[in-house]
Design a protein around this ligand. Structure first.
Ligand code: SF4
Length: 694
């Protein structure tokens, strides 16, 4: 940094990595960013940052960046650099030809949680208005789609209930399937601050995450459950609260649907949910479950924070609803220090869902089947719109293999690395006749593409991201786009080439349209963001300055709804051939598929994915630290280096998925959540054995 000299000016923007959404000043010398400095006025981070946000911006100018559009007839042909005009005309021509030959539903698009709200909004508009179908989905499908489903059904809104600062009023913090000190480091630090002040901690995780014991923090309970048993555990916690008379009946009387509650109470009081009945399946002693339930119900303000260890299961949506049930049961919702708080993985998971990038919902989580909503969008967009939901990502892959889905536009998402059962994804992409990839780098998906549109990094465009606390924050252009176009401009060019006119001159106009059409956003504008710095939606006439806490007086759906959450074990089973359970996650210095962080100096902290294995499992197999091991599942096999660790429990192994060569998703299965198809990344039966690698 010193070698780069003193900054000449700074521009405030928002981190492009995790769902904390830290505010930074990009300090510039000319058009070069020389460092990123967290801003004290940033309401999500109050001047703090982590190694990703602070140091990992170098990918924006990495030599691997593609700066020219490229096309090729077949994926076996070499790429040919062309003008923007030629590339867009080529893509539009192919899409139109596919629709004439195979019909309107034969093409679709995928947007990403790395895109801004404005970009995502435009992609779903392109698909609905220009493609003429609802075949649009987002990578939230593979992470937090169960959150959208579960929280909407129980509470009425597909979003977390609190702001981050609320944790400082918590007396009890329950962390389920999340690793905040690695995955959401700045919020993880805030949580640890509250724990150091004396808040109690319950951790529900198959792995011994760092939060359990760190300087001046010691979890009161670590419920080290078997992967795949979240629902059984949540039901057991609820059973104890109900049968021991610890429910907050006053809150329930006032705030919840009493008919649904009575039905649920009968369901949950059955002895099959008792801790003693399920302790063996869950792997946690009944008395520990009882003690944790008593602490959550009676310990004061109790907040639940959860992550992908909740959602990425065959019962992900059921688990989210089980969490909402617990919060309503104990009255832990609607004030500071409590609530149900999904920790979003990527920077704009919340925003990509808010912006209608699901095949069944318009922006603001309104059904495409609803006549009045459809009419609103039809009038605004000047086209008639499809009432039937479109294809989800996994359905697009299946339809491609059936021969009915032929073309895909993918913006900012590396589906050929990040999606489960990757062989299936590769076969589906190979079967398509036109794959258009818009990204910073020639990623794994680009290997299957016919058109490559070079994307723009967060430093090269204007827009907004929405973090895990529903906070909309500005993303500001600090340098010109390396390929000459911001991502939203490329989508607009494609729409126009397809014959659907789009004429925005700045992303602020896209936000104005979002605000006009989305009741929770009516008060949001770039002018308001300049004035306030950031805004938490809903922001409208009822809440002109936004909403830090939701459901304070009544639930968004009116009365809170208790939903029956029967535990159905995952179809994935261990056997003598596949005796261990593999679960996956990520590490502090790297970010998801690593496309960005692998191209920065952060590889100094972590340069390969490893297989974490308990010493007893390693010893049984003759595996020593650093040995190469083969990992085989019913879906596929790969090779990783072993990391022997007491963080694991016997019978469970763990890996990250930041490096394409590690092939973590070669092994994961195609099991998915019953309601949303979110893949079950967290439970794969595997065998592990030493191998020699020359
Ligand atoms: Fe970026 Fe998340 Fe780190 Fe904040 S905590 S700097 S948003 S990666």
């Amino acid at each position: 940094v010193l070698a780069k000299g003193q900054p000449e000016h700074g521009i405030v923007t928002t981190c492009a990595y995790c769902g904390v959404g830290c505010s930074f000043t990009a300090e510039m010398k000319g058009s070069e960013v020389i460092r990123m400095v967290p801003t004290k006025s940033g309401k999500a981070n109050h001047g703090h940052s982590c190694v990703k946000g602070r140091f990992a911006f170098g990918y924006a100018t990495h030599p691997d960046r593609i700066k020219k559009p490229m096309i090729r007839e077949k994926i076996s042909d070499p790429w040919r650099e062309v003008s923007w005009d030629e590339a867009v005309t080529f893509a539009a021509g192919r899409f139109k030809a596919l629709q004439s030959k195979y019909g309107r539903y034969s093409i679709g698009g995928i947007t990403s949680s790395r895109c801004t709200n404005e970009e995502t909004y435009l992609v779903q508009k392109l698909i609905r208005a220009a493609f003429g179908n609802n075949n649009v989905d987002t990578c939230a499908r593979v992470c937090h789609s169960p959150t959208g489903y579960g929280l909407k059904r129980t509470l009425g809104e597909s979003a977390g209930t609190q702001d981050f600062d609320s944790v400082m009023q918590s007396d009890v913090i329950m962390v389920i399937g999340a690793n905040p000190t690695d995955g959401h480091p700045v919020f993880g630090s805030l949580m640890r601050k509250r724990l150091r002040q004396g808040a109690k901690l319950i951790v529900v995780d198959p792995r011994r995450i760092d939060l359990i014991k760190s300087p001046h923090v010691q979890a009161d309970y670590h419920l080290q459950l078997q992967p795949g048993t979240n629902v059984a555990l949540l039901n057991a916690l609820a059973y104890v609260i109900v049968t021991e008379g610890l429910a907050n009946e006053h809150f329930i009387d006032k705030r919840c649907d009493l008919h649904a509650y009575a039905k649920w109470k009968t369901f949950i009081s059955h002895h099959r949910h008792a801790p003693e009945a399920v302790e063996k399946a869950i792997g946690v002693p009944a008395e520990t479950i009882r003690s944790a339930a008593r602490l959550y119900a009676t310990g004061g303000n109790a907040a639940i924070y959860y992550g992908l260890g909740v959602t990425e299961h065959s019962q992900g949506s059921t688990t989210v609803m089980g969490i909402a049930n617990l919060a309503m049961l104990t009255g832990n919702i609607g004030r500071e220090g409590v609530g149900v708080n999904p920790l979003r993985g990527q920077n704009n998971v919340q925003g990509s869902c808010d912006m209608g990038s699901f095949p069944h919902e318009f922006p603001g989580y309104r059904s495409v089947a609803d006549h009045a909503t459809r009419e609103l969008f039809e009038q605004a967009w000047g086209v008639s719109l499809e009432a039937e939901p479109g294809l989800r990502i996994p359905n697009m892959f299946s339809a491609a293999l059936d021969g009915s889905f032929k073309g895909l536009y993918v913006e900012g998402e590396d589906i050929a690395q990040s999606d489960p059962d990757i062989q299936h994804v590769h076969a589906a992409l190979s079967a398509m006749e036109c794959v258009v990839v818009q990204d910073l780098f020639l990623n794994e998906t680009a290997k299957f593409a016919h058109v490559f549109f070079p994307g723009s990094s967060f430093l090269e465009k204007n827009g907004t991201f929405t973090n895990a606390e529903r906070r909309i924050s500005p993303v500001r252009k600090v340098m010109p786009p390396l390929a000459g176009k911001e991502d939203w401009e490329v989508t607009q060019l494609l729409a126009n080439a397809l014959g659907y006119p789009m004429n925005y001159s700045h992303p602020s106009e896209i936000m104005d349209e979002i605000a006009r059409l989305t009741p929770t956003f009516t008060g949001v504008s770039y002018a308001k963001l300049e004035e306030m710095g950031s805004i938490q939606w809903p922001c409208n006439a009822d809440a002109p300055d936004g909403t830090p806490l939701m459901h304070t007086k009544h639930f968004v759906r009116g009365q809170g709804l208790f939903v029956l959450t029967e535990y159905v074990p995952t179809p994935e089973r261990t056997t003598a051939k596949y005796p261990l359970i593999l679960t996956t996650g990520r590490i502090l210095s790297q970010y998801n598929v690593g496309a960005q962080t692998r191209r920065t100096e952060n590889v100094a902290w972590h340069d390969e994915d490893r297989l974490e294995i308990h010493p007893s499992d390693a010893e049984l197999r003759g595996i020593k630290a650093g040995d190469w091991v083969g990992i085989k599942s019913r879906a596929g096999e790969t090779v990783l280096r072993a990391l022997i660790s007491e963080r694991m429990q016997p019978g469970v192994v763990y890996t990250t998925f930041h490096f394409p060569q590690s092939g973590a998703n070669v092994i994961t299965t195609d099991n998915s959540d019953w309601a949303t198809n979110c893949p079950e990344y967290k439970v794969t039966a595997v065998q592990v054995m030493p191998v020699s690698v020359s």
